[in-house]
Write a protein that binds this ligand. Structure first.
Ligand SMILES: C[S@@+](CC[C@H](N)C(=O)[O-])C[C@H]1O[C@@H](n2cnc3c(N)ncnc32)[C@H](O)[C@@H]1O
Length: 286
């Protein structure tokens, strides 16, 4: 699992920095450009709302419910659920202090959040629905994947999620998928840059392994892959990052700009060549 110090490498650099190139609400995950309430769009803002709406529906969320978002980032989904969809009780957990500070800064009504490792989390009440948007990738380390221990780690995550919910709950899950393996040196090095420099302690998952791991606790009702949507999302982020290049270099240094530019450009290639993809799952509690 990514430790708290490793999570700080990925997310605690500066909220101001991420605000420069993410969408307004600071979703740091795949947007959806061809489906959802805004339909086909080129706007990152609208496409992120499409994504949140699709996952809201995957989790069968109603306004009277209590909902947990595991790995809630800077609170984009918490804000969407409470402010746009009028959900009664929304809670998020993140391992990042900077993200938590941003959520508090937003003063969102009916939203609470805590800096908690999911393995230590013990909610006082059971939730009606769950969401987790690109957090599973942080649960098993590359070493655990190599040792074949990762499916057990995912299974433990799904067991906990099951424990935290009431009978009848639904779970909207989104994960990055590890598909093909790069064969040329540049792509191998760029993938290593993403994995070991940008997201230390984490590793993308395989679809078959998620299915196997959740099987005892959650029934997979729908799965949709969105490789090209993530490619487009990364193109938006890269373009926004570059448009703020001089400011980012001046404020955070050339090294930071170079690392993020290399990582986002490598993501565009990785989605293009199917080294990675994106999956959204609608899961029903067993
Ligand atoms: C790629 S970000 C996604 C954030 C958000 N869901 C979004 O869509 O923008 C991954 C999130 O998982 C959280 N996370 C990683 N490991 C965690 C752990 N062990 N316990 C709780 N949250 C964790 C990080 O702090 C971060 O908020």
């Amino acid at each position: 699992m990514s430790s708290k110090a490793q999570i700080a490498v990925s997310y605690d650099l500066s909220n101001e920095f991420f605000r420069m190139w993410l969408d307004e609400r600071m979703n740091y995950t795949c947007a959806v450009f061809d489906e959802g309430p805004h339909g086909r769009t080129d706007s990152l803002e609208l496409a992120q709302t499409n994504k949140l709406a699709i996952l809201h529906d995957y989790a069968r969320i109603e306004p009277g419910m209590s909902v947990l978002d595991i790995g809630c980032g800077w609170g984009a989904n918490l804000q969407y659920l409470a402010a746009d969809r009028g959900v009664r009780d929304v809670h998020g957990i993140t391992l990042s202090e900077a993200q938590h500070a941003e959520i508090l800064r937003r003063r969102l009504p009916r939203v609470t959040a805590s800096v908690t490792d999911y393995r230590d989390y013990a909610p006082p009440v059971k939730f009606d629905a769950l969401m987790s948007i690109c957090m599973l990738e942080h649960t098993a380390t590359p070493a655990q994947v190599r040792a074949g221990e990762h499916i057990g780690v995912y299974r433990d995550y799904f067991r906990r999620a099951h424990e935290w919910t009431r009978p009848g709950a639904w779970f909207a899950l989104q994960t990055i998928l590890r598909n093909a393996v790069p064969r040329n040196r540049k792509d191998i090095e760029d993938m290593a840059h993403i994995t070991y420099t940008m997201f230390p302690g984490g590793f993308a998952v395989r679809l078959a392994e998620v299915m196997e791991a959740c099987n005892r606790y959650w029934e997979v009702v729908e799965v949709k892959t969105r490789r090209m949507d993530y490619l487009r999302t990364c193109e938006h982020w890269l373009q926004r990052l570059r448009s703020h290049g001089p400011r980012i270099r001046g404020r955070f240094g050339d090294g930071v700009f170079r690392d993020f530019e290399r990582y986002l450009a490598a993501c565009v290639t990785a989605f293009d060549k199917n080294y990675v993809s994106l999956a959204q799952y609608s899961l029903r509690r067993i």
